[in-house]
Design a protein around this ligand. Structure first.
Ligand code: CO8
Length: 372
């Protein structure tokens, strides 16, 4: 039995923030901080904060812009966080709203109605609450039967979610699956941290996964193979969790937000990803020449260029390894799915590609796919 990805959807948040806007707010915060703490800085008790720059951000990461669900608070030096008022329990939650918007597009591309969907997996880096699962709320909003659950594996949530969908189809517990990745990264960013204030954006993606025999979509991609892998690392970490409130002294410390050793991540993740992709190609009797496209995780353009070069043995040309992080920034697990969503319309029968995630955990997931 073959499993296919038969539709995708993309929800783009209502606000965008350019590097220049973000840097202006950060630098204003830096000068306010340095003026306020002038005496302590002069006395050598604390270090003066250094300014950020758009040039650095573009060169070091390739990021030029990001979308967010709430903008003003991020740029307000007294707040430096998105302001997202809590909704009532009988209102649709923010994350479910984003998820439904992406899901409807994916269902439409796959020619599926709510009656066809019998499993919904919300796969992302954070859910906005523990329970009821966001996926079960989405199930109700879409009017689907069957079952639904949330799963979190940071940047590999979407690829691992597709693998879970595939396993459910093969195991007979589902007939058609929605895998949705509503990534609300902005609340987890420390917008006062020069090293990471620019990295993430919000977005939601969705894909429909089903058996080949039920497909009636224009573009459908058979999953030739799927390979997940994880290996523990503290180099990308957030200590945010429900136990935080049990230590009032530390509950709002910076380690509750996204923290990384970017250089180490760069060095350690790249060989892992290359070995994973290379191994998957070999296992399928394929070489890089057989690939029309590399849909890679979108964290850093230099990383993507490095992986693409290593796999292809040359620079990628055209949209062979599409980049979307310039517009979206790092959108955690949604990045490779946005690249797939935006760059598969010209693919035809027999065209092969990989979708590959990598990030916190460490975790990485590689899907080898072929257009039906
Ligand atoms: N402006 C100007 N200069 C800066 C800035 C800034 N904003 N930040 C740092 N610098 C300076 C540094 O001080 C340093 O100066 P010096 O050389 O004098 O010490 C210089 O620039 C170089 O700094 P770095 O070595 O840190 O810069 P890099 O070239 O390494 O670039 C990156 C930093 C872009 C962060 C890069 O290391 C990177 O992208 N690494 C890979 C990271 C990665 O892929 N991480 C994956 C994380 S994503 C993930 O797993 C999802 C997690 C779950 C979702 C979370 C949602 C919130």
């Amino acid at each position: 039995m073959s499993i296919v990805i038969s539709g995708s959807g993309l929800y783009i948040p209502p606000h965008s923030i350019s590097n220049d806007e973000l840097v202006a707010a950060f630098n204003q915060y830096v000068s306010e901080f340095n003026v306020e703490n002038n005496a302590a800085i002069e006395a050598g008790d604390i270090e003066a904060l250094k300014p950020s720059s758009s040039e650095f951000i573009k060169k070091a990461s390739g990021i030029e812009n990001r979308y967010v669900m709430s903008k003003d608070g991020i740029l307000d030096t007294k707040l430096m966080m998105p302001v997202i008022p809590q909704r009532q329990d009988d209102e649709v939650s923010l994350q479910a709203e984003m998820a439904v918007a992406a899901a409807k597009q994916a269902m439409s591309a796959a020619n599926k109605s709510a009656q066809d969907i019998d499993l919904i997996i919300v796969a992302c880096s954070y859910t906005q609450r523990a329970y009821p699962a966001i996926a079960i709320e989405v199930q109700k909003l879409l009017g689907c039967e069957g079952w639904a659950f949330d799963m979190l594996v940071a940047c590999s949530s979407a690829t691992f979610g597709i693998m879970n969908a595939s396993n459910a189809l093969l195991g007979g517990t589902a007939k058609t699956v929605l895998v949705i990745s509503p990534e609300i990264a902005s609340p987890q960013i420390n917008y006062r941290d020069r090293d990471s204030h620019f990295i993430f954006g919000d977005v939601a993606t969705a894909v429909v996964v089903e058996k080949e025999e039920t497909v009636n979509a224009k573009h459908a991609f058979k999953i030739l193979s799927q390979k997940p892998m994880t290996t523990f690392s503290n180099n990308i970490r957030s200590n945010f969790g429900h136990i935080n409130q049990c230590d009032p002294d530390t509950m709002f410390d910076n380690d509750k937000k996204f923290v990384q050793q970017g250089r180490k991540v760069f060095k350690e993740v790249l060989p892992m990803v290359y070995a994973l992709i290379d191994g998957e190609l070999s296992a399928n009797g394929l070489t890089a020449k057989d690939l029309k496209r590399l849909f890679l995780h979108q964290a850093n353009i230099n990383m993507n260029t490095f992986v693409a070069r290593k796999i292809l043995g040359r620079d990628p040309v055209g949209d062979e390894a599409p980049i979307i992080l310039n517009e979206f920034a790092n959108t955690a697990s949604a990045g490779s799915i946005i690249a797939f969503h935006r760059h598969h319309d010209d693919m035809v029968t027999g065209d092969k590609a990989i979708i590959c995630s990598f990030g916190a955990g460490y975790s990485a997931g590689c899907l080898v796919i072929e257009h039906l």
